[in-house]
Design a protein around this ligand. Structure first.
Ligand code: OGA
Ligand code: MN
Length: 280
């Protein structure tokens, strides 16, 4: 049976039916998956049961795999493109990355020169409560801005920094960090998708530090306005994870956030990323 494509929300996302990664996905079906991915920015392949090798081989059909990136305080193997996203502990120590709780809206790798184009998460063990991942469509967010705001932000650049470890504070005070200590990079506030040509907002609450060359108060105000706008539920699809769900999303036109979940539940996801180009 050929694959099916069922949209998941008005904002973004589609579920792919009749696709079994472990059994193998043919050329024609994969072309349709890729087409759906470009159209909906997130595709969900439910009910998968895959090894790391099968995940890697499937990921490589979307582009060149990015090297595994070591986060500060995890202890997993460095020899793979697979990252363990989990709160699992061995001998009282975390063995994975992004271990606990909420992660505010962000775009993976925005603090690097060539941010990853895509991220794939395979749900080995989702939580029974919380831990949903919500995605925001940044093309819609850009397109729905008033003309005067578009004119104001076109051509602006923003500084982004690696702030996973600072996690959540209501007013982002945790961002008062020394930039020489963490990865950081400057990118356009509005980027153009290299495949679809659509423009998208490219700032986010977790990682964006400031608009370059703008007075601090004005920068803070403009960013607060943009965050409020882009986090509008009308642009968001929230995914409730089921075991075996395999999601691949496009970081070039989406932001994502992880909801809080109970620390006494074990959550295990396997992640890989696809290389991207410098945003323009
Ligand atoms: C990530 C991420 C969200 C999640 O892997 O980049 O943001 O649901 N994960 O764990
Ligand atoms: Mn992320």
């Amino acid at each position: 049976m050929p694959i099916t494509v069922t949209p998941l929300s008005p904002a973004l996302g589609a579920e792919i039916g009749n696709a079994d990664i472990a059994a193998g996905i043919g050329e024609e079906d994969f072309r349709d998956i890729l087409h759906a991915w470009h159209r909906y920015a997130l595709v969900v392949l439910p009910g998968q049961s895959i090894t790391e090798e099968q995940q890697v081989a499937f990921g490589a059909r979307f582009g060149v795999l990015a090297p595994w990136s070591q986060f500060a305080d995890d202890h997993q193997s460095k020899n793979s493109t697979i990252m363990l996203v989990s709160n699992l502990k061995e001998n009282g120590e975390y063995i994975g990355s992004l271990q606990e709780g909420e992660i505010q809206f962000h775009s993976d790798g925005i603090y690097t020169e060539e941010p990853v184009a895509a991220t794939m998460l395979y749900a080995v063990k989702p939580t029974t409560h919380g831990g949903e991942t919500a995605y925001g469509n940044m093309s819609l967010a850009y397109e729905t801005l008033a003309a005067d705001i578009k004119a104001r932000i076109d051509g602006l650049k923003a500084l982004h920094a690696f702030t996973y470890n600072s996690l959540v504070t209501a007013d982002n005070e945790a961002k008062m960090i020394g930039h020489d200590q963490v990865s950081h990079y400057v990118h356009p506030v509005v980027r153009t998708h290299p495949v679809t040509g659509r423009k998208a907002l490219y700032v986010n609450r977790l990682m964006t530090q400031a608009i370059v060359g703008m007075e601090e108060d004005e920068s803070r105000e403009l960013l607060a306005f943009l965050y409020h706008h882009l986090e509008n539920p009308d642009f968001v699809y929230q995914h409730k994870w089921r075991k075996g769900d395999t999601l691949i999303w496009d970081n070039r036109c989406l932001v994502h956030t992880r909801r809080d979940f109970p620390p006494n539940e074990t959550r295990i996801m396997k992640r890989l990323t696809i290389k991207g180009d410098r945003p323009f």
